[in-house]
Write a protein that binds this ligand. Structure first.
Ligand code: PAF
Length: 285
């Protein structure tokens, strides 16, 4: 029977018992509103570890002042059912007060290009909030493995950097993007889309697939690959581009004129009030 835990004290007791019994722990951190993308992470965590812990916490410190903190969907009962169905042993759903007991606090901040480009350009406090809350969850749960989705490609790079720099003794597992049958990447924010916006949003996965084809056929000129995606997205009248960008992995540094190595092509586009992200990795096999 899965346990739903709301306090840090109760969570720490549970984790202590797992550690004493030498059980390996897989952690999936989420903000709830769970969908098949999260389900794939929870399933992997439960298959690859003795126990799987899922955190459900809409983290206030990663939302900017004009972002959707208040309207972000909160669906704890449904989240617990999905988590249990995927094999979770614990859902940890703390209050903001539990996670941030005082206004004076310690931040974890990854500096450099990695947090300045892409979403960092328009969401300047976002990755500091993400790194801080994920570090708190790592310290509380002490997982052997922690699971994140490639959909949030920049978040993955930032957290990989944090794990390296702060010597967290865990393996970060990155799982593939899960898509709807028509290609739209699964996201908790897809529920905000009207039927027309949802239809328009298909241009993201379509343009990324097309650029993968060009890359496979030998196109390596950074500007041409970017132009191809930008032009295709612009054919969709409802799409308002925030960015279409190519950066080199792992540290999101500028790409040379001709791509080489491993690069991230990432897009953020608004449809109505909803901003969606998607990405592909371009690399020679
Ligand atoms: O990816 C998310 O849902 C959030 O950024 C995370 C990692 C749970 C931190 O709040």
């Amino acid at each position: 029977m899965m346990k739903v835990i709301k306090t840090i004290t109760a969570l720490q007791e549970e984790i202590k018992a797992y550690k004493q019994a030498n059980k390996t722990i897989g952690l999936v951190t989420t903000m709830g509103a769970l969908h098949e993308g999260h389900a794939s992470l929870i399933k992997a965590a439960s298959e690859e570890n003795d126990v799987a812990v899922v955190s459900v916490f809409v983290n206030p410190t990663q939302f900017g002042p004009t972002e959707d903190l208040d309207s972000y969907p909160r669906t704890l009962d449904a989240d617990c059912r999905l988590a249990e169905g995927m094999g979770a042993d614990v859902v940890f759903a703390p209050t903001p007060q539990e996670m941030y007991p005082s206004a004076d606090m310690t931040w974890v901040e990854v500096t450099g290009n990695i947090t300045k480009v892409l979403c960092g350009a328009t969401r300047p406090i976002h990755f500091r909030g993400v790194a801080t809350v994920v570090a708190k969850f790592f310290n509380l749960v002490q997982p052997d493995k922690a699971y994140f989705g490639q959909k949030d490609a920049q978040q993955v790079q930032v957290l990989q950097r944090m794990v390296r720099d702060l010597f967290f003794p865990l393996e970060l597992r990155v799982m593939p993007i899960i898509r709807e049958a028509d290609g739209l990447a699964k996201s908790s924010r897809n529920t905000y889309l009207s039927a027309a916006e949802r239809q328009s949003a298909l241009i993201l996965s379509q343009s990324l697939r097309a650029v993968q084809d060009s890359f496979a056929q030998g196109e390596r000129t950074t500007a041409k690959l970017l132009e191809q995606v930008t032009n295709q997205i612009k054919t969709e009248p409802m799409a308002v581009i925030d960015y279409v960008s190519l950066y080199q992995l792992p540290d999101l540094t500028e790409c040379p004129v001709q791509l080489s190595g491993r690069s991230l092509l990432a897009v953020a586009v608004k449809f109505g009030n909803t901003r969606l992200i998607d990405n592909v990795i371009l690399e020679d096999k």
